[in-house]
Ligand binder design. Structure first.
Ligand code: FE2
Ligand code: FE2
Length: 176
């Protein structure tokens, strides 16, 4: 590999793999959440991920190239983290918080990747490709923002649950 174009095509193939892996994980996150609005957001982003894959394929076409068969080890690693969380046998509330943290990591990996790829596409004079990747980037950023809101929401719920438990413990102690 000697040229920026070759690097770009390799990284683009890597993103295609990442999107496939993340689309699979999003399906699991959709079924695991206890909140309707989180479920709706994961589901919608799953649909968007399929669109991201289509745009990546369009990008290859626009450049007259085919993707190489590669695995995104970062996305695969994030998926393994999700499996590892399950091995800890978390309560539904804890799983929810862990899944949101994992989802945030995935989105920021995608944001970092697409930000760099948009820049390289522009530098290579591939304007159509840059536009396609920018559309993916915008949707990743919107999803990352939603996850921040969901994290605040579940954090508040966790705080409330801790307070209620403390109250109950005090009441039990007072009754003794
Ligand atoms: Fe994506
Ligand atoms: Fe995403």
């Amino acid at each position: 590999m000697n040229t920026p174009r070759e690097l770009f095509l390799h990284e683009l193939s890597d993103m295609l793999s990442a999107e496939h892996i993340i689309a699979g994980t999003l399906g699991e996150l959709t079924s695991e959440t206890q909140h309707d609005e989180i479920k709706a957001a994961f589901k919608e982003h799953g649909t968007q991920s399929k669109e991201h894959i289509k745009r990546l394929q369009q990008a290859f076409k626009a450049m007259g190239e085919k993707p190489e068969d590669t695995t995104c080890h970062a996305a695969a690693g994030l998926r393994q983290e999700h499996e590892a969380l399950h091995e800890e046998d978390p309560s539904p509330e804890v799983l929810e918080m862990g899944n949101l943290l994992g989802a945030a990591k995935s989105e920021h990996y995608e944001i970092a990747s697409y930000t760099g790829l948009v820049q390289i596409a522009r530098d290579l004079g591939e304007r159509e490709v840059a536009d396609l990747l920018k559309q993916n980037l915008d949707e990743e950023q919107a999803m990352a923002k939603k996850i921040v809101d969901f994290t605040k929401m579940t954090g508040k719920e966790a705080k409330q649950a801790i307070r209620e438990q403390e109250k109950a413990e005090k009441a039990t102690a007072a009754a003794r």
